[in-house]
Design a protein around this ligand. Structure first.
Ligand SMILES: Cc1cc2nc3c(=O)[nH]c(=O)nc-3n(C[C@H](O)[C@H](O)[C@H](O)COP(=O)(O)OP(=O)(O)OC[C@H]3O[C@@H](n4cnc5c(N)ncnc54)[C@H](O)[C@@H]3O)c2cc1C
Length: 504
């Protein structure tokens, strides 16, 4: 019997991980990518001897990566060199104070206790709570999401029943943090974890407090040569297994057919660059579902319904990025740095409710050359600066506003202590949310599709099976469980699981 065939639309992380898994299950797989290389939101830029990861700079939950390589019949160590990054992050505050987040709990505890005597114990209590959330929420949300809510209660019934209140709590991430920590700066450090999902901590459900547990307990990692090495490695693995790749291959429509007048539509393939028809038994969309529903499935009534449902919910924040090559090493910086605004709540309000770029933004500054000499010429540094801004609106004009926002960011970093930065910049690249949206078809430039801005947002994200179109599946950071390298790889596990179940 001929092998079943699949088309994967997009060579992002989720697309490639799905391709590998399907190929291992005996499917013939072709990946169609609109750009000239793999990676999508996980991209790279090189200039004047500097290298920047343009996208993820921190890798967490590495067992998920290891599992994917093992699944492909390979060893992660043969492809990638993982380097621990500790401190995980250095936080700078407007009053000049600095706080390191360490994966070594005792160091982190000392750091926190320096601010308030009893806060060291508060950390222990918070991590215990976050571990419980992770053990239960991890099962329900991340690792083995059940098909129905009752499915979750099967297995360890009593333990899971007891955990339900924490899991279904209507408190926000910030509510819990504020109850557990008194010091404002310590709170800000934990509240910022919502930014990993492009969401506001004041709206995100408390379940997201499992993210700091994942990072602090499992550590934060860099890949030598840059995080981009990950997608290079996956492409190599996939090719070795026999996955085919087509680049400059934009899918302009997903082909569907109906059996009879009233039969449900079924995906039959894809139209590439408006003229090449490619057929397959299943289509896996690694694009943002909003892009698929508005651009690739036009005319299908189910698609416009699904899109309307999605568009009612808020979208996650978008990135404003600056890459600087800097001919000087500021001794204060670590690999990951955050320069906090004085009022995270006011900033979130500006971004989410008023839909305006913050005038006093919290800034992430990644300097991977601190861990990895391949990233910059000797004695120099590669700055990756990111401000979260609102998802694109028709009245946003980033082509007009980009230079002014770049100047505002530079002035802020100078004000917060990086006073030698301006005169040492040797090269620069700015990526606005509009550039980002156009490159990877991120709907409204949102990094992770919909935001986690309500109690139900965790459970209501688009799922692996496209509603109303049989044989069409979604994978990636805009579907369940969410964005971020490990979550996307888990999404690929779940999507391919659904495809194989349906094919049985
Ligand atoms: C600035 C930034 C910082 C981040 N930082 C981190 C971090 O530190 N740690 C972390 O774990 N995660 C981080 N992330 C998140 C992580 O990068 C993403 O969650 C992940 O890379 C998304 O993968 P994906 O599978 O959804 O595919 P995507 O990256 O969205 O790729 C989709 C692919 O589909 C292609 N495509 C779209 N439409 C079509 C079409 N019609 N035809 C053909 N191809 C198409 C696109 O070109 C793209 O290559 C960050 C993301 C960004 C943007």
């Amino acid at each position: 019997m001929a092998s079943p065939t699949a088309l994967v639309v997009g060579a992002g992380l989720g697309g490639m991980a799905s391709a590998i898994r399907l190929r291992r299950a005996g499917w013939k797989v072709t990946v169609l990518e609109k750009n000239t290389r793999v990676g999508g939101k996980l991209d790279r830029h090189a200039a004047e001897g500097f290298l920047w990861d343009v996208g993820p700079t921190a890798v967490t939950l590495t067992p998920v990566l290891t599992e994917l390589f093992e699944h492909a019949g390979q060893r992660l160590e043969d492809y990638l060199e993982l380097t621990p990054v500790d401190p995980i992050c250095r936080s700078f505050f407007p009053d000049g104070k600095v706080l390191n987040t360490w994966s070594k709990a005792h160091l982190f505890q000392i750091e926190i206790a320096r601010r308030e005597q009893d806060q060291g114990q508060a950390l222990e209590g918070f991590l215990r709570y976050a571990r419980r959330l992770h053990d239960l929420g991890g099962e329900a949300w991340l690792y083995h999401p059940p098909r129905t809510p009752f499915g979750f209660l099967r297995g360890n019934f009593l333990k899971r029943l007891r955990g339900l209140p924490a899991l279904l709590s209507r408190r926000t991430l910030a509510d819990v943090v504020e109850r557990r920590f008194k010091n404002l700066q310590v709170r800000q450090v934990f509240e910022r974890y919502a930014a990993y999902t492009g969401s506001s901590p004041f709206l995100a459900p408390s379940l997201l407090n499992l993210i700091p547990y994942i990072e602090i307990q499992g550590g934060s990692w860099h890949l030598r040569g840059g995080v981009f090495r990950l997608v290079e490695a996956l492409e190599k693995c996939a090719r070795e297994l026999g996955v085919e790749f087509m680049f400059d291959a934009e899918v302009t429509s997903i082909l569907t057919e109906r059996r009879g007048r009233f039969g449900a539509p079924r995906a039959r393939g894809a139209l590439v660059n408006t003229r090449i028809r490619m057929e397959a038994d299943a289509v896996v969309c690694n694009t943002d579902p909003a892009h698929a529903w508005t651009r690739l499935l036009q005319g299908l009534p189910g698609a416009s319904r699904a899109f309307r449902r999605l568009a009612k919910r808020p979208f996650s924040l978008a990135p404003f990025l600056i890459l600087w090559g800097v001919k000087h090493r500021d001794p204060r910086l670590a690999h990951h740095n955050v320069f906090f605004s004085s009022d995270l709540r006011a900033e979130s309000h500006e971004l989410v409710a008023r839909r305006r770029a913050a005038q006093e933004p919290t800034l992430y500054v990644g300097v991977s050359s601190r861990t990895d000499p391949t990233q910059a010429p000797p004695g120099q540094d590669n700055y990756f600066v990111m401000a979260h801004v609102p998802p694109l609106e028709p009245d946003h004009h980033w082509d007009r506003d980009r230079d002014a926002y770049r100047d505002l960011i530079l002035a802020r970093l100078e004000k917060m202590g990086l006073d030698a930065l301006r005169r040492n910049i040797v090269c620069e690249k700015i990526i606005t949310p509009a550039d980002f949206a156009a490159r990877v078809h991120a709907f409204r430039g949102a990094i992770h599709g919909s935001a986690f801005h309500s109690f139900g947002s965790v459970w209501r994200r688009p799922r692996a099976r496209c509603p109303g179109v049989r044989g069409l599946y979604f994978v990636g950071g805009c579907v369940r469980p969410g964005g971020g390298i490990p979550f996307v790889l888990l999404s690929a596990q779940q999507t391919v699981g659904a495809i194989l179940d349906d094919a049985r």
